[in-house]
Design a protein around this ligand. Structure first.
Ligand code: SF4
Length: 255
């Protein structure tokens, strides 16, 4: 790739980011984080809730009611009690039951989302985001991770890196960024999976909200934030920048 500069276009910057971080963090085969049903329902439970409390709510719910049919048939107040470690159990309990009802209606009785594999991406996105408590990020994660559809989940980490490097405008919301960034990337599920994972890790491990670790960052040669705070990267600074994640020194990357 030609050397990308601070004044490069959004398209040039995002492709350079994609290529450099693919090398830095390593290329990954696309794989789901968890089963489709768990991905969907856990996301509802995770709203403003710690991961540990979300897992506790999920486990208690299935222990109390056995399976999805049991969760759907449960008195809503009892379901709210079972998921009480989530932030708003009284809101989430009826949402979960409504989601289960819609899945059952779509499949003719099964609690299974695999019909999404055969649906056009747009139709799947519309169906998912029409459900209570399911936004663009969750729908995109499910369709990309579990069904290899060419969509891009954008969370706060991906959003922050994109704005700092400068391939996303400073006023573009996280919601809007889903379509803006997707239009700049190859329409390929494996590439989008890697772009998402790498930029998520980058925001979480290097480009922190407070005090980004720019010394360690391989994007400094074209990052607007770096230019504004430190001036153009010198040849010495670029030469001293690691080109791969050093797990022995900095720790293993999370799943
Ligand atoms: S140079 Fe700094 S601000 Fe820019 S992407 Fe890297 S860590 Fe973030």
């Amino acid at each position: 790739m030609n050397k990308v500069t601070y004044s490069a276009s959004a398209q040039e910057k995002i492709l350079a980011d994609h290529e450099i971080l693919d090398r830095f963090y390593g290329h990954l085969p696309p794989e789901p984080r968890r089963t489709p049903m768990r991905e969907l329902i856990s996301t509802v439970l995770s709203h403003r809730t710690t991961h540990a409390d979300e897992e506790l709510a999920y486990d208690r719910m299935l222990e109390a009611f056995g399976d999805w049919a049991g969760v759907l048939a449960a008195p809503t107040a009892e379901l709210a009690h079972a998921i009480r470690t989530t932030r708003w159990p009284d809101t989430q309990a009826p949402r979960i039951q409504e989601i289960l009802r819609r899945i059952q209606a779509e499949t003719g009785g099964q609690f299974d989302l695999d019909f999404l594999a055969d649906w056009p991406t747009e139709k799947g996105m519309e169906w998912l985001t029409d459900m209570p408590g399911i936004g663009l990020k969750t729908a995109s994660l499910l369709l990309l991770f579990n069904y290899h559809k060419p969509v891009l989940p954008v969370d706060t980490h991906v959003h922050r890196v994109a704005q700092r490097v400068g391939f996303l405008g400073p006023k573009v919301s996280v919601e809007k960024a889903h379509s803006v960034l997707l239009a700049l990337l190859p329409a390929d599920a494996e590439a989008l999976f890697n772009f998402h994972k790498h930029n998520y890790w980058h925001g979480q491990q290097i480009c922190f909200f407070l005090k980004p670790n720019c010394g360690r960052c391989p994007l400094k040669g074209f990052c607007n934030y770096y230019l504004e705070h430190y001036g153009a990267a010198t040849a010495e600074a670029l030469a001293a920048t690691p080109t791969v994640w050093d797990a022995a020194a900095w720790g293993k990357l999370p799943h």
